[in-house]
Design a protein around this ligand. Structure first.
Ligand code: CTP
Length: 404
């Protein structure tokens, strides 16, 4: 059974009408044997008194008052460090926007910035605000950065309108907290993920690349981190936000990627090569911009290092997972790649399928293992595909350690 016994929950209450529900939420957490400390923003105190929340939590309430700002310089670090989870309920559009923008101008935002604990955000606001495109973008950004985001419920709102925007049911928030606290099955592992395309320059203004968006690799990094692993994300150029809590190593060319991978290989227990590495690079990169001339132009390319093949040769106990993108004979080709490069698993996708591949938020993959197993997954969000891949890695680790 998933427990929260003895877990330290820091509940942050922000200034929305649903702030009154935080009193009941504290009671529910305590009923589940958690320790609760409460932090209130200035506006939250307009909706419910600190005395109520202090009485229910049996701890002084941390709050923004001018006279205490100085003490909070230290308090925010202690609060950020000791919490097993930070729950923001209700979370207003304002606090979601501030976190997404990276602001840290009050106690709550500094705690959010300083904590390494999982952060669960439970939005509550008027329907039009919840559906506002800026709020939606902020929610999406925080989700992609590894923040846990609950969806607001639908129903009658304080402003008497019907719609989406209600604070999620308190029992659902409690369940969500339990599942987040239980999700640490990769604690102790170091997951190295490569993501995105590489860029192979031919002169100072031009390069060869591919359409990889990096979404699959970033999803893997985000989910591995969420499940308690230390994560090293080595990425070619993308427009994505780096998930919180991961060590980020930006690279550009395949040669740089190889160097970064080899440097970080030793401490890694799981290596997932989701990057779309260019197989070739221009033989020469001109110092100055190449000027056009009459007639055709021959560009000479040479092979890039095959990074995954090199890891395969020295992989030892670590789990090695590769990707294969094929346009024909998917299974046959993917299997051959897995065996030739000493991978434990290969994630194969068919470039010709809709809703799959480089730019999409979803993917349709088959996970092949060395025993001949083929797990065919339906169309899924890349975050969910990431979890399925990590589940398989975890299974192999557990099996190997049992045998050893
Ligand atoms: N890969 C790598 N280094 C390269 C090229 C690819 O590490 N220089 C990795 C990718 O990250 C991916 C897997 O290898 O995990 C893809 O296998 P590969 O056989 O290189 O695929 P393709 O490059 O698509 O091969 P082919 O062109 O032969 O289909």
């Amino acid at each position: 059974m998933i427990m929260m016994k003895g877990k330290k929950i820091l509940l942050a209450v922000t200034g929305g009408i649903a702030a009154y529900k935080s009193a009941e939420l504290i009671r529910l957490f305590i009923k589940n044997d958690a320790q609760v400390k409460v932090l209130m923003t200035k506006n939250a105190q307009e909706f419910i008194t600190p005395l109520t929340l202090q009485t229910l939590s049996s701890h002084p309430v941390y709050r923004e008052t001018f006279s205490l700002i100085k003490d909070f310089d230290i308090a925010h670090i202690a609060l950020a460090q000791e919490a097993d989870i930070l729950v923001i309920a209700p979370a207003t559009a304002n606090i979601i926007g501030k976190i997404a923008a990276g602001l840290a101008d009050d106690l709550l935002t500094t705690v959010v910035m300083a904590t390494k604990a999982p952060v669960l955000i439970c939005p509550s606001m008027n329907t039009n605000m919840y559906e506002n495109v800026i709020v939606k973008e902020n929610i999406q950004k925080l989700t992609s950065r590894g923040y846990h985001m609950m969806e607001a419920d639908s129903g009658e709102l304080a402003c008497k309108s019907e719609g989406v925007g209600r604070l999620p049911e308190l029992s659902d928030i409690v369940e969500k907290v339990k599942s987040i606290l239980a999700e640490k099955d990769l604690a102790g592992e170091t997951v190295l993920v490569t993501a995105g395309p590489t860029r192979e320059p031919l002169d100072p203004v031009r390069f060869i690349t591919n359409y990889s968006s990096g979404k699959m690799g970033y999803a893997l990094a985000s989910r591995a981190r969420r499940r308690g692993a230390s994560v090293i994300l080595i990425s070619g150029p993308t427009v994505l936000s780096v998930p919180r809590g991961v060590t980020y190593v930006p690279v550009s060319t395949a040669v740089e990627m190889r160097h970064a991978v080899m440097k970080n290989l030793k401490q890694s227990t799981i290596v997932i090569k989701s990057a779309a590495v260019a197989d070739y690079r221009p033989s020469v990169c001109a110092d100055a911009k190449i000027k056009k001339k009459d007639g055709p132009w021959t560009l000479y390319l040479e092979r890039n290092p095959d990074i995954i093949a090199e890891i395969g040769k020295k992989k030892k106990e670590r789990i090695l997972i590769g990707f294969a993108m094929e346009s024909e004979d998917l299974i046959k080709n993917a299997k051959a790649k897995m065996l030739a490069k000493n991978m434990d698993l290969i994630v194969a996708n068919d470039v010709k399928q809709k809703d799959a591949g480089f730019q999409s938020d979803t993917n349709i993959v088959k996970i092949l293992d060395r025993d001949g197993g083929i797990e065919e997954l339906p169309v899924m969000d890349k975050m969910d595909v990431a979890d399925r891949i990590l589940d398989r890695a975890k299974m192999i680790i557990t099996r190997r350690r049992k045998v050893a």
